[in-house]
Design a binder for this molecule. Structure first.
Ligand SMILES: [Zn+2]
Ligand SMILES: [Zn+2]
Length: 407
């Protein structure tokens, strides 16, 4: 009884820790207890252990675990994918092997489909390649999205590794060693980058996995529920613990253990799915959400200015024909000013990208908190993200349609 109780506690604690370390670093949760626990778990605790290791073994354990962590999360390798597939396959097999005869036919019917879908979407997400930007497709990719002149600028330097221009919403992945169209993030789970085309498969993978887990937990409860009939159950935590242990005694690890694992970890794919649905709703990728969070902080500090590109272009023309050199300062100022001219062309001939939303805005941050020199009248200081437009946000539902279409 004691060891079973320990198994139950271990499963619950492990899933809680995984949840915290996965979700605590999301910008939305950074300032919540989950974010705080994530920093304790992933920053302060490792630092403490590092210190102990340094004083006892001279840092040997640290360098080895660092190497392992780097291999697992910073290099392209299929280890986590293999562990996931092994866990999924072994727990499903173990469960069905022992539960098959105890489940009525009507409840067995959905199982082949529910089991097939996570494998199918994993396959699609893992093997997807067309989101990588190549010399052959870069011209098409450049016409996928317009530059927004905030997160993405038309004359940002070309990628040094790929030696290709950077389309709007793209990002170079150091693990895949390629630039990725509509880059969301590199996912060690599927050993691939998520971007234009396979992001929808990833969302489908999260949904199908969450549904499978909930269904597995339901079947487990269905089999074990008769155990609890007639049992005294006063809804106290001790009773819940006793009920779980009684369930494990009745169904064994294959039914109760797998059911409990499925129930306690279903929050991971479903929580991740909810977060990504929020991102889609807001019209941004994970990569862009981090950039927006940085802009929000800089705006709150008063370092960000907005101007009209048309007005800036007009002033640039006047300067050019008036023979005055363009003077601007700051991190964004002068560079962004020339970026504007470079990206638009002297005749204002911006690269034409068919896109439903157009914005004339240009947003820069400066180092000194002052508007670009020589153009003060054209720039307005902005304090919050509400004052800028996210041109990639087509409106909640339309964003989902775009993702469903693989865009
Ligand atoms: Zn690149
Ligand atoms: Zn990648």
């Amino acid at each position: 009884m004691g060891s079973l109780q320990n198994v139950v506690i271990a499963i619950l604690v492990l899933s809680l820790l995984t949840f915290i370390s996965l979700f605590g670093q999301l910008p939305a949760l950074r300032k919540t207890p989950i974010g705080w626990l994530q920093r304790v778990l992933c920053l302060h605790l490792p630092n403490g252990l590092k210190y102990i290791d340094h004083t006892t073994t001279g840092g040997r354990l640290t360098s080895r675990s660092k190497r392992l962590g780097q291999y697992l999360f910073q290099e392209q390798n299929p280890v986590i994918l293999i562990i996931f597939l092994l866990l999924l396959t072994s727990s499903s097999t173990l469960f069905l092997w022992n539960a098959f005869l105890r489940i009525p036919t009507t409840l067995l019917l959905p199982i082949p489909l529910l089991l097939f879908l996570p494998y199918y979407f994993t396959f699609l997400t893992v093997t997807h390649k067309s989101h990588f930007i190549t010399p052959d497709n870069v011209h098409t990719r450049l016409r996928d999205y317009p530059y927004d002149y905030i997160l993405f600028h038309p004359n940002a330097p070309a990628c040094r590794t790929c030696d290709l221009p950077k389309p709007a919403r793209s990002k170079h992945c150091s693990l895949c060693q390629r630039c990725v169209a509509k880059s969301d993030h590199h996912c060690p789970w599927v050993n691939n980058c998520l971007g234009r085309g396979n992001y929808r498969h990833f969302l489908a993978l999260l949904s199908s996995l969450g549904i499978l887990q909930i269904y597995g937990a339901y079947l487990s409860a269905y089999i074990l529920l008769p155990t609890y009939r007639g049992a005294r159950f006063n809804n106290t935590w001790t009773d819940v613990g006793d009920a779980i242990v009684a369930g494990i005694n009745e169904g064994g690890m294959s039914i109760a253990g797998v059911g409990l694992l499925a129930a306690s970890t279903a929050a991971l794919p479903l929580g991740l799915l909810a977060y990504h649905c929020y991102l889609v709703w807001a019209g941004m990728t994970t990569n862009e959400s981090q950039k927006w969070a940085d802009w929000r902080d800089d705006m709150a500090d008063g370092y960000v200015f907005k101007a009209s590109r048309t007005q800036l272009r007009t002033q640039n023309r006047l300067r050019k024909y008036g023979g005055q050199p363009g003077a601007a300062n700051g991190r964004g100022g002068g560079a962004e000013d020339s970026a504007l001219v470079g990206g638009m062309g002297e005749d204002g001939g911006e690269l034409q990208v068919p896109w439903p939303v157009y914005s004339d805005q240009m947003v820069v941050r400066t180092d000194d908190g002052k508007p670009p020199v020589g153009q003060e009248a054209l720039w307005t200081r902005i304090w919050s993200l509400d004052q800028v437009e996210n041109v990639y946000d087509l409106g909640g539902w339309e964003n989902f349609v775009e993702v469903r279409e693989g865009r």
